[in-house]
Design a protein around this ligand. Structure first.
Ligand SMILES: [Zn+2]
Length: 74
């Protein structure tokens, strides 16, 4: 099952959820403040074989600044 990353538009909390692909764009409540003003970010996919993380094409990635980036794989 793919893992999707979401960001809360109210408190900026980022969190990941593993959910069925058909539910990827369904609204999800923020873990921290329970707001449903959340937005889906680039998704990380676990390949069904072996569980290897395959990075998608991020339009922008704040994690890259730190060197090791779990978001885009740089
Ligand atoms: Zn929140």
């Amino acid at each position: 099952m793919p893992i999707y990353e979401y960001v809360c538009l109210d408190c900026k909390e980022r969190f990941e959820l593993m959910r069925p692909m058909k539910d990827a764009d369904a609204s999800v409540a923020c873990r921290k403040c329970e707001s449903e003003h959340t937005s889906r970010l680039l998704s990380l996919f676990f390949a069904s074989s072996g569980g290897r993380v395959v990075a998608g094409n991020a339009p922008s990635c704040s994690g890259c600044a730190g060197g090791s980036c779990a978001t885009c794989g740089h």
